[in-house]
Design a protein. Structure first.
Length: 201
């Protein structure tokens, strides 16, 4: 951790393998993705070791397992941790401190371009107002919206399976963020080397 204007950092966790994505809650707890071990670990301040918050350390497809977790989202208001479960083509939701068994809230039906599927999605964000999940569906080259309790998503940017470089198309979207007023979605359009902004209607 590096504080503002500091000249050195402080080690807050030592990861066994490698980290892709982390979130920090208001108490300073750090949640870290470890895709090679297929789990998410929680590190409290000044801890020498982390505890498992999601996953088992081995890949799998059931509610207790993850398969190459790639991104994290945190909804502290509802104590939800969302995990981008890349190779299972789904997003899992965990209730912090209650269960290490996840609930599938998007995808989980194989990898293709149908409305109930995702294809190697790499990032997502969650609306604090509605709970809707916006997903950068990388291999489908589109942006998907999954509403709470829905069993399928709605394509809100581009057309699933179609890529291109014009303003209405994406090519390998790799990140997505929602503005504070939840009006604008910014998408990291990886293979087009640009950031695209989309206004929510």
């Amino acid at each position: 951790m590096w504080r503002n204007n500091s000249s050195s950092g402080v080690v807050v966790s030592k990861i066994i393998s490698r980290a892709i994505g982390l979130v920090v809650d208001s108490q300073g707890n750090v949640y870290v993705n470890d895709p090679d071990y297929h789990w998410v670990t929680k590190w409290v301040p000044n801890a020498a070791n982390g505890t498992v918050a999601a996953g088992t350390g081995t890949p799998g497809t059931n509610d207790q397992h993850l398969y190459y977790p790639y991104g994290l989202l945190f909804d502290e208001l509802h104590s939800y941790l969302y995990v981008v479960d890349l190779y299972n083509n789904r997003i899992q939701r965990y209730t912090i401190g209650i269960s290490t068994s996840g609930t599938t809230v998007a995808g989980g039906n194989g990898q293709e371009s149908s409305s109930n599927q995702l294809y190697y999605h790499q990032a997502a964000c969650v609306s604090k107002n509605t709970g809707d999940i916006y997903i950068a569906d990388a291999y489908n080259n589109c942006l998907q919206k999954w509403s709470v309790e829905s069993t399928s998503g709605v394509t809100i940017a581009d057309t699933a399976g179609v890529y291109g470089s014009v303003a209405t198309l994406l090519y390998g979207p790799a990140n997505v963020t929602l503005s504070l007023n939840e009006i604008i979605l910014d998408v990291g359009d990886l293979n087009n080397n640009r950031v695209q902004s989309f206004q929510l209607i």
